[in-house]
Ligand binder design. Sequence first.
Ligand code: TYD
Ligand code: MG
Length: 481
Amino acid sequence: MAKSTLSFVCQNCGAAYNRWQGKCESCGEWNTLAEEDTSGSVPVSIRSKRKGRTFALESLSGKTQDAPRLSSGMSELDRVTGGGFVRGSVLLLGGDPGIGKSTLLTQATSLLARAGHRVVYISGEEAVAQVRLRAERLGLSDAPVQLAAETSVEDIVSTLSEGAVPRLIVIDSIQTMWTDTVESAPGTVTQVRASAQALIRFAKKTGAAIILVGHVTKDGQIAGPRVVEHMVDAVMSFEGEGSQQFRILRAVKNRFGPTDEIGVFEMTGLGLREVTNPSELFLSERDLGTPGTAVFAGIEGTRPVLVELQALVAPTSLGTPRRAVVGWDPSRLSMVLAVLEAHCGVKLSGHDVYLNVAGGLRIHEPAADLAAAAALVSSLVNAQLPTDAVYFGEISLSGVVRPVAQTPARLKEAAKLGFQRAVLPESARGEAGGDAGLTLNAVNSLTTLVAEIAARGSRRGESNAPAEKNATPARFRRGEG
Ligand code: TYD
Ligand code: MG
């Protein structure tokens, strides 16, 4: 037996230490170190005597029996994987508990099984009866998925080595798996890593695609799938607000496809429904006619997505005003606020600022700057923005509105959904072409946009006042203490 080497392993990132300490120096998390046996999996006696076996070297060209990719039959899932599951690849699906990972995989495996592929679903968390119950609820009981409730990796590998090679194997979840080769308790980093390694080896050897489910908890209590992320071919995260029906599948890492595509689903009483036109969903419950909302024409991967940004700017009662943002980068918000202050005379230091991306979507594009600025100013001056307008453009630190990629796709989507106008960077006007079907309002500096919104605000207040083209934003200082 190998000499037992006990050390303290961070359950979040897998870093090992000789002695216990409160904080992991590698990832900065507190209280994540646990004692584990990290001795090698092969006993020393065998290790020293084992003679290297020779293996055949192969050429790049060669025959593979099946199509290299296996389409899942769910187009939103295929979009994120990059066209289907790759033979012999291992994919990690992460997400908060209860978000719908098991539901998604039950649906995907059932569709594949119905299409005649050998598909295996191993549940380490739920009993067979529970998985059956879910399948029944989803109306998928008839699908010939091979099901088992097992947690021993050795047993799983021997069972699956018999008969035809499965095209897809789901392991739900990797935290519940354990292997004899290491001594640590199930759920620890060492066990998770060793189990994942054994399963990855099986996938590479046989050509079966494997999906590992991994729970992600914020406090790092469960051995983080972090360590597994480096070992697998693709990592996807299933996200969503618990209270909302939308679920977004996002590729975090993908050796065989893009990482910027999203798949959108809606959780219904009958399982997950694919949402092929996300814009309609995100705009379905718009608050028409409320100040502080602007529609952003965004791009997620290759697909345009229209989404509403909601801002609330209110005088603060605190010494340091609050800045809260959901679905967008907080530092991006700070930057837009700073540009508004420095170049447009919009004083926000006495106001609390809240920004929310409707529908639970998370935006990563800088192109959302213009829409965010429009929503913020609209809320501050209490002037509603035109309900038929979309906004996009990046704001530079000098207050210039910079062009962004894929202008025609954004405009086309907006026109398709019945929008009449687009507020966009001046320099993108040429790219838009004459036949966009929208009235284009090109702005080259943020000051212009702020003045336009301010003019709307003053027109609302004094209905007979002439439209001020370059209204000084004096009313922004309203409510400052
Ligand atoms: P589940 O797939 O078990 O989540 P995970 O595997 O990520 O932990 O889904 C859990 C939630 O989904 C549960 O709260 C109930 C809900 N749900 C539905 O709303 N409709 C359905 O048809 C199913 C099967 C689940
Ligand atoms: Mg589950």
